[in-house]
Design a binder for this molecule. Structure first.
Ligand SMILES: [Zn+2]
Length: 407
């Protein structure tokens, strides 16, 4: 009798599990949450700028709304359409629209662009000879595509939660600060935050975003009010985070003051914590810098580069460039690094020494990965492993900031 009872329980659980996993298989992509949120909680991500064509599809079908006259055209789930520019107007498949349209996929509100899936909708806006594609997405759905792209999804839940709050604040800050002046708020790259859409989603990431829903970081401004601020973060600070004004200039925010970080060393790969020497041909350096910053043409050819300001924590904040005609100019350390190596593959930070020797520019004794301002992501993981909560992690890396729930 007792045994029969357990056999019954066993089979009941088995049936339940198989039913449940069947549902999961049938509905691989759940409905995008937050589609009814207020406009201020949508993030507009510039997916492509100045392109001449792209391919769009949606397994649920989509409507194309022409923003010039609000008319809607239906496309079915089997339509994979090419979008291109024709005489300043946008052509979707065989149909011609004005220079501005919205592509609204149906439930579950997922659309594919050039093979990648994104939640929310798309805005296609024509420029003179090309067009931009912008993905408008509710902020938490956006964060599901950011947190997993910015941090490994198997990291500690509290590290992922700290990342979710920093990324939410950062996106909403960018929207507020720059969004009104342009058609988009953030890009998809490290220039703002890395966003990979549905491909970066996972259960652990969604959990971190859900558990921190509506939470942002605020700081007291000089006028006494409290507001969100640009919550920078970077991979590995190399021992001390940096004052934001040393790297980016701009407004001073107290929570963006450098803090000591003995933590990332325990998590980061050794070759990222101490990166090997990199050298560049000085002629190539000169060419790249003048191409990127045309005002440097006045130096004719750059023949010497020396640090002109090094922070208390060892980062090269700016450097002095000397031209073949004897004229000089200055450049931010981050600008030098990213012009020569935009993907940060070799010159991983400005926490290093530089020297010109035998017509080569050498970066050596380098430590850390990224700009070093705000939260150190590897440090956050180390603190979470030690049992610190997301609140403690954020208070450590953004000293004096408060966590507030705004929606
Ligand atoms: Zn660190």
């Amino acid at each position: 009798m007792f045994r029969a009872f357990w056999v019954l329980i066993f089979f009941s659980v088995l049936i339940f599990v198989s039913l449940f996993s069947g549902c999961e298989k049938r509905k691989l992509i759940e409905t995008t949450a937050g589609m009814d949120s207020a406009e201020e909680l949508w993030i507009r991500v510039l997916l492509f700028d100045n392109i001449r064509e792209c391919i769009v599809a949606s397994t649920s079908g989509f409507n194309v709304i022409d923003r010039a006259n609000d008319s809607a055209s239906k496309f079915t789930s089997s339509d994979t359409v090419k979008i291109r520019l024709k005489n300043g107007r946008i052509q979707v498949g065989e149909k011609l629209f004005s220079g501005s349209l919205t592509i609204n996929p149906k439930d579950p509100y997922v659309v594919q662009v050039n093979g990648k899936l994104y939640r929310g909708n798309l805005k296609v806006i024509a420029n003179k000879n090309s067009f931009d594609v912008i993905n408008a997405v509710p902020v938490d759905a956006y964060l599901n595509g950011v947190v997993g792209a910015e941090m490994p999804n198997y990291w500690e839940p509290d590290a992922l939660m700290a990342q979710a709050i920093a990324a939410r604040t950062y996106a909403l800050y960018y929207k507020k600060r720059f969004g009104a002046k342009r058609n988009w708020d953030v890009s998809t790259t490290q220039a703002t935050q890395v966003y990979k859409g549905v491909a970066a989603e996972s259960a652990t990431v969604k959990d971190a975003v859900k558990k921190t829903e509506g939470k942002v970081l605020k700081t007291k401004l000089s006028n006494g009010t409290k507001d969100i601020f640009p919550t920078y973060y970077s991979s590995t600070c190399g021992g001390h985070t940096e004052n934001s004004t040393n790297v980016y200039g701009g407004d001073f925010y107290k929570p963006l003051s450098g803090v000591k970080c003995p933590h990332c060393k325990m998590v980061a790969k050794t070759s990222f914590y101490y990166w090997p020497m990199v050298e560049f041909n000085l002629e190539t350096v000169s060419k790249k810098l003048i191409e990127r910053y045309p005002s440097l043409k006045k130096l004719e050819k750059i023949v010497d580069i020396t640090p002109s300001k090094v922070s208390d924590y060892g980062r090269i904040n700016s450097c002095k460039l000397t031209g073949s005609n004897g004229k000089t100019d200055f450049l931010r350390g981050e600008d030098l690094r990213l012009t020569l190596d935009s993907g940060s593959k070799k010159i991983k930070s400005t926490l290093c020494s530089i020297m010109v020797t035998n017509n080569k520019l050498r970066f050596y004794a380098g430590k850390g990965f990224g700009h070093g301002v705000g939260m150190c992501q590897c440090g956050a993981q180390r603190l979470a492993r030690k049992g610190k909560s997301f609140k403690q992690i954020l208070q450590y890396y953004y000293p004096g900031a408060s966590i507030e729930k705004i929606y």
